[in-house]
Design a protein around this ligand. Structure first.
Ligand code: G
Ligand code: G
Ligand code: NA
Ligand code: MN
Length: 251
């Protein structure tokens, strides 16, 4: 309850910051976009990581106003970078709870309209947990894509994924979970899984992104198995806005 009240106050007072983790084309080392990752900046406790408050925000429904703020802020910031000449796609995490919110698509439309960000520079990351209510989620995802926004499945391979779901899901990109990347440079099973995901994605016209790349050996193994894009500490950790600015200038 203490945490709940603190979180409510933080949302009212906007005590949050968005960090951005670069997403790269592995081969060319070109920056292609960034994932928006929220942090709670508590006046006394300092930075609180999302793992500690997103679940509470989801349980209490506070993820709806918080998620809307994150989306708006990420779009506003990306538009600013575009105006500086950086053509990047921002990926924003969406909780299942937000997908089932009645006015989600209308909210997104409003945000894009207000921030003037072209929808093609926005991607929404969902997890496999939304597959539980497939029939409800599918039309929402379709509507989002009709707006020109892209959809990516996060943490792929750890949840409810089954081939029948993937076949019928309106998504553009599969993000291979970090657990398959950790040993991909020396484990043949992980290589086989990566290769299989890449093959399925290609035949379904989807892109593949690997997450949690920490080593050049992992990046090489991914490339050998056909995965062209990725993010991870090898390229950069998630960066505060100012640090991302410096990162862009250094590139
Ligand atoms: O940034 P970090 O690696 O600590 O993120 C931990 C988890 O919190 C990840 O699973 C990530 O998807 C989730 N997360 C981070 N930012 C957001 C956000 O803006 N919205 C939602 N729903 N989840 C987020
Ligand atoms: O669940 P999701 O994929 O949305 O969250 C990504 C999380 O992984 C964030 O908390 C981010 O800080 C973290 N992360 C990003 N790159 C790496 C990495 O290379 N190694 C590890 N261990 N964590 C990473
Ligand atoms: Na994510
Ligand atoms: Mn992920």
């Amino acid at each position: 309850i203490l945490m709940e009240n603190e979180l409510r106050k933080a949302i009212e007072q906007k005590h949050f910051e968005i960090y951005y983790q670069p997403k790269m084309d592995i081969g060319s080392k070109q920056l292609v976009g960034m994932e928006a990752l929220v942090r709670w900046i508590h006046p006394e406790l300092g930075m609180i990581p999302p793992n500690r408050f997103i679940p509470i925000a989801e349980e209490t429904g506070m993820i709806l106003p918080l998620g809307e703020w994150i989306l708006r802020e990420a779009c506003r910031q990306n538009k600013e970078w575009h105006e500086q000449g950086y053509e990047l796609k921002v990926s924003v995490n969406l909780s299942a709870r937000q997908i089932y919110q009645k006015d989600l698509v209308e909210n997104i439309r409003q945000i894009l309209n207000d921030t003037k960000l072209d929808p093609k520079w926005l991607e929404l990351e969902i997890t496999e947990s939304i597959f539980v209510k497939m029939e409800e989620a599918t039309p929402v995802l379709q509507e989002i894509r009709e707006e020109g926004i892209q959809i990516s499945i996060d943490d792929f391979g750890t949840g409810y994924s089954s081939f029948s779901y993937i076949k019928s899901l309106p998504v553009d990109t599969i993000k291979i979970d970090a657990s398959f990347i950790r040993d991909v440079h020396h484990n043949q099973e992980s290589q086989a899984i990566v290769k299989a995901i890449v093959t399925i994605a290609e035949s379904l016209n989807m892109n593949v992104v690997a997450e949690g790349i920490e080593l050049t050996d992992q990046a090489e193994a991914l490339q050998l198995n056909g995965c062209d894009q990725g993010q991870g500490y090898l390229f950069s950790k998630p960066l505060a806005k100012q640090d991302f600015d410096h990162y862009l200038k250094a590139k």
